[in-house]
Design a protein around this ligand. Sequence first.
Ligand code: ADP
Ligand code: ADP
Length: 222
Amino acid sequence: RVEIVVKDVVKYYGDYPALRGVTLEVPRGVWQCLVGPSGSGKSTLLHIIGGVDKPTKGTVEVAGVRLNDLNDDQLAEFRNKNIGFVFQMFYLIPRMSILENVELPLILRGVPKARRREAALEALRLVGLGHIDPRRRPTQLSGGEQQRVAIARAIVTRPRILLADEPTGNLDSATTKVIMDIFTQLKKELGITIVMVTHNLELLSYCDRYARMRDGRIVEQG
Ligand code: ADP
Ligand code: ADP
């Protein structure tokens, strides 16, 4: 089954073409990497798949939903239901506990406290943080641990798709490996589809597939 279908997508920012005709299919449960030089359109493509940005031309179907047909409210609902995002910066809220950070997407959905707590603790277990005190603040953790909290927050709603933009860009190589192993585990245990943007070609060995971008196009796939 195909989870993501991007067809002939063009994206203009003003009169600048960030994407010049991109076609990409990602099967369900596959880890797809996007590589290529800075400015080649990787983040733009990720944003379009996540329903954050709209294509100027072309069609996008994600998790069985044709995003072209959705208005802004429907896109927000689509994201809430289907997409988890992870970034290079962790964007954790420093004055909230680890547990509250992970619970946040569920708080925003009005999930009752007991169920929220249970889901957040399970998400923390899935990223290998089952042993830490969840009442601590994120600033007391290492960078790698903070990214694991951010991943737990991204998966606490059990999205079908995880979108990651340079998730290890700020981490050393040992910590990078830990994060990549967590992604592998999430794929196996949750069957989640992953699209990851990276500059680091060494990480391609973790992906099932890659697409190399240049000047707003996919120039190679493997
Ligand atoms: P990459 O992720 O490969 O570094 P991006 O998708 O971030 O590339 O950007 C592709 C091009 O589009 C770049 O030239 C960037 O400056 C431009 N761009 C991206 N987002 C915007 C935006 N919101 N407004 C204007 N230009 C943008
Ligand atoms: P990266 O290359 O790591 O994706 P960027 O610095 O290119 O990061 O982009 C960071 C954010 O700024 C993105 O959300 C992108 O869409 C936006 N952006 C990038 N270039 C421009 C631009 N020229 N004008 C406005 N927004 C931009």
